[in-house]
Design a protein around this ligand. Structure first.
Ligand code: COD
Ligand code: ZN
Ligand code: ZN
Length: 375
C-alpha cells in the first residue's frame, strides 16, 4: 500500500538534551509539502560535526534529529517537484543549491542562502517542522536530518544519483569525502608538484589528502596527535606523517623548516583555534594558501597580526568542498562509479542504525574513520 500523502511512523535517533546519548524513538514524519521530497534513508555516515551538535559546539534547537551524510530512495514528492521521482536513488544536501540566490548565481560560490547552517532555525525552509515525537515537534538539522528511517528535504537539498550506485558507500559523498576532496581540488586549487600540510586525519582530512594527491602534490605532510591514523594517511597519499607531541618546537616551525619556508597549501581539518593558527603559519609567508575546513565552537575567535597576511599569504575557507551541491553530487557519484577515487578506505565500521550510540563512541575514542549506519 502506498505511503504517499500519509504520515509515516518510523524509527529515528532523537537528541533530547546536550551531552546525552541518542534515544531511538518512534517519530511521525509528515508528508512532503510543495517543492519537498520524502526520502527513505538507506545508509548514513557519522561525521564529527554531528558530534559537535551533541556537545553544543554547533548550536541547534532541541530536540533534534541530526545526521547530514547519507543516501536513500525517494518515497514520495510534494506538488511541483520535477527533478526527482519516487524510486530514485538520492543524496540529501546539507548545503542546498536553489539556483536563484546571489550565491547560486555566482560562478564560484556555493553557500546557498537557503542554507540552515550559520544560525540554524532547525526547520524546513518554510519555517515549520515535519517531525513529531511523543506529541512534540522535533527540529531538523541543516535541512536534512538523516538519522531517521524517513526524512523530508527541500527539492533544492537533494540530488538524484546513478541508479546503480551502492548507497552504503556513496553516502560519504554527502559530506566527508566531498568536503575534504573539494577543499583541495576546488577551494585551494592544489597545483602539480606543490607541497601540502593537512591537520587532522579524520574522514574529512583523509579526503583532503586524496584531493591533494589527485591534484599532483609532490609532498603531503599529514599532522595528527593520534598515530593510529598515520597508516591510512600514507595509504591515501601522505608522504610524511608528524605528531606535534613528538616535537619540542611549535609544529608550524617544524613544517616551515621541513619545506624551505613553508608549504604551498595547508588545511585545518580539526576545528581548533590553535591548529587553525598553526596551519596558517606553516604555509609560505609570500606564496602559501591556508584553507579553513574545521570550525571551532561558536563563540571562539582568533586574533591575527595583519603582517601574517601582508607578506602575501592567502587565507580562505569553504563549506562542502566549494561544490555547488545539486549539480556536483551526481558528477561525484559518477566519478566514484568510474573508479576515479575510492571510498572503501574511509569506511572502517558498518553497523545497524540502532547501534548509533556505539558508532559515536568509536569516533570519540579515535578508533573509527567513518562508521556507516545501515537502515
Ligand atoms: N592536533 C592534531 N590533530 C588533532 C588534534 C590536535 N590538537 N585534535 C584532534 N586531532 C585529530 C583527531 O585525532 C582526528 O584524527 C582528527 O583531528 C579529526 O577527525 P574527526 O574524525 O574527529 O573529524 P571529521 O573528519 O569527521 O570532521 C572534521 C571537521 C573539521 C569537518 C569537523 O570537526 C568540524 O570542524 N566541523 C564544523 C564545520 C562544519 O560544520 N562543516 C560542514 C559539515 S562537516
Ligand atoms: Zn560533515
Ligand atoms: Zn541558492
Amino acid at each position: 500500500m502506498s505511503t504517499a500523502g500519509k504520515v509515516i511512523k518510523c524509527k529515528a535517533a532523537v537528541l533530547w538534551e546536550l551531552n546525552k546519548p541518542f534515544s531511538i524513538e518512534e517519530v511521525e514524519v509528515a508528508p512532503p509539502k510543495a517543492y519537498e521530497v520524502r526520502v527513505k534513508i538507506v545508509a548514513a555516515g557519522i561525521c564529527r560535526s554531528d558530534d559537535h551538535v551533541i556537545s553544543g559546539h554547533i548550536e541547534s534547537p532541541l530536540p533534534v534529529i541530526v545526521g547530514h551524510e547519507a543516501a536513500g530512495i525517494v518515497e514520495s514528492i510534494g506538488e511541483g517537484v520535477t527533478t526527482v521521482k519516487p524510486g530514485d536513488k538520492v543524496i540529501p544536501l546539507f548545503t542546498p543549491q536553489c539556483g536563484k540566490c546571489r550565491t547560486c548565481k555566482h560562478p564560484e560560490s556555493n553557500f546557498c542562502l537557503k542554507n540552515d547552517l550559520g544560525k540554524p532555525r532547525g526547520t524546513m525552509q518554510d519555517g515549520t517542522t515535519r517531525f513529531t515525537c511523543r506529541g512534540k515537534p522535533v527540529y531538523h538539522f541543516v535541512g536534512i536530518s538523516t538519522f531517521s528511517e524517513y526524512t523530508v528535504v527541500n527539492e533544492n537539498a537533494v540530488a538524484k544519483i546513478d541508479a546503480a550506485a551502492p548507497l552504503e558507500k556513496v553516502c560519504l559523498i554527502g559530506c566527508g569525502f566531498s568536503t575534504g576532496y573539494g577543499s583541495a581540488v576546488k577551494i585551494a586549487k592544489v597545483t602539480p608538484g606543490s607541497s601540502c600540510a593537512v591537520f587532522g586525519l579524520g574522514g574529512v582530512g583523509l579526503s583532503v589528502i586524496m584531493g591533494c594527491k589527485a591534484a599532483g602534490a609532490a609532498r603531503i605532510i599529514a599532522v595528527d596527535i593520534n598515530k593510529g591514523k598515520f597508516a591510512k594517511a600514507k595509504e591515501l597519499g601522505a608522504t610524511e606523517c608528524i605528531n606535534p607531541q613528538d616535537h619540542k618546537k611549535p609544529i608550524h616551525e617544524v613544517i616551515t623548516e621541513m619545506t624551505d619556508g613553508g608549504v604551498d597549501f595547508s588545511f585545518e581539518v580539526i576545528g581548533r583555534l590553535d591548529t587553525l593558527m598553526s596551519a596558517l603559519l606553516c604555509c609560505h609567508e609570500a606564496c602559501g594558501t591556508s584553507v579553513v575546513v574545521g570550525v571551532p565552537p561558536g563563540s571562539n575567535t582568533l586574533s591575527v597580526n595583519p603582517l601574517v597576511l601582508l607578506t602575501g599569504r592567502t587565507w580562505k575557507g569553504g563549506i562542502f568542498g566549494g561544490y555547488k551541491s545539486k549539480e556536483s553530487v551526481p558528477k561525484l557519484v559518477a566519478d566514484f562509479m568510474a573508479k576515479k577515487f575510492p571510498l572503501d578506505p574511509l569506511i572502517t565500521n558498518v553497523m545497524p542504525f540502532e547501534k548509533i550510540n556505539e558508532g559515536f563512541d568509536l569516533l570519540r575514542s579515535g578508533k573509527s574513520i567513518r562508521t556507516v549506519l545501515t537502515f
